[in-house]
Ligand binder design. Sequence first.
Ligand code: NAD
Ligand code: MLT
Length: 337
Amino acid sequence: MKWKILIAEPLDEEGINRLREKRTFEATQKFGMCEEDLISSIPEYDALIIRSETKVTDSVINAASRLKVIGRAGVGLDNVDIEAATRKGIVVMNTPGGNTVSAAEHTISMILALSRNIPQANASLKEGRWDRKKFQGTEVYGKTLGIVGLGRVGSEVARRAQGLEMKVIACDPLISKQRVQELGIGLFNLEQLLPQVDYLSLHTPLTPQTRNLIGEREISLMKEGARIINCARGGIIDEEALYRALKEGKLKGAALDVFEKEKPFSSPLVELDSVVLTPHLGASTEEAQRRVAVDIASQVIDALEGREIRNAVNVPISTSDTEIGIEKTIDRKGNQE
Ligand code: NAD
Ligand code: MLT
């Protein structure tokens, strides 16, 4: 018998090889599937490997008659109905940490690109103009960076920003005092933080609690001329409120790697010179893609072979009657009971 794995989004070759090296595994790559395609394909598979584009809905999960594992090569799981997977006894796992440095470096690049108008100046020069005055920027030295979400990426952004001699403050209701002290960062609630910052960088997951965390009211609490960076998830900022604040000059600029709706070609934000956009590139480095691919491949192999469940984010209600040796319950650290 072979374990059948569906890889639904591009995965680094090293991860694919890891799966193909195993004679008992059969890995199939099928990209760009809509919900209907997934519903018709999924009954064949024991494991599904995805990134952020595949929407694993309740209907997909209900059709997944032999699925045991959903593996996310990356962190965010807002594209997976975890509750439905839990009810169906399917383990959902991700690869925390593998793309942290890349996401942090992308955030710092966005802060600097915004401050020095690099994308706009590059585009202007390539169109034949030599406009030095128009693209005069600002230093980040001595400016205050507010980080919302001081987890893996937020902490790495904080350390790098400190290296640029920015003053870093943060808001994270779940972080320990010890961790904040280690990082040497002032901790505030959101309302206290917002009026202090020159740059606001978001690093929370997208959850019902963080959807539209930064909306009209929050922006109104910010300094005139502040800038916002979002390399976490679309939907954490209310894009309409952001557009209005940029248009009215309340905010000086925004840098976005993620959007309420990906491929935001019809968003009015695209028209604004003060906005720098990248197409969800935070984790798009050779190193991060290799790490997350190898991690997810090894995790899926270990789970299906009944050895160990790593980085599970749910505790499936029942995995009985499966043949993978994942016993009845699995805790968050992957310990089986
Ligand atoms: P993490 O879980 O390590 O950190 C998230 C932090 O947010 C936690 O410390 C948590 O306590 C905090 N948090 C939760 N709710 C909050 C709230 N209401 N206010 C303030 N803080 C809150 O996650 P991570 O690995 O650091 O990833 C952070 C985000 O970046 C996620 O959304 C992830 O999907 C995204 N990400 C994006 C890219 C990219 O390609 N753009 C790459 C990696 C990660
Ligand atoms: C993540 O949450 O890990 C990132 O958004 C990167 C990705 O989608 O691969």
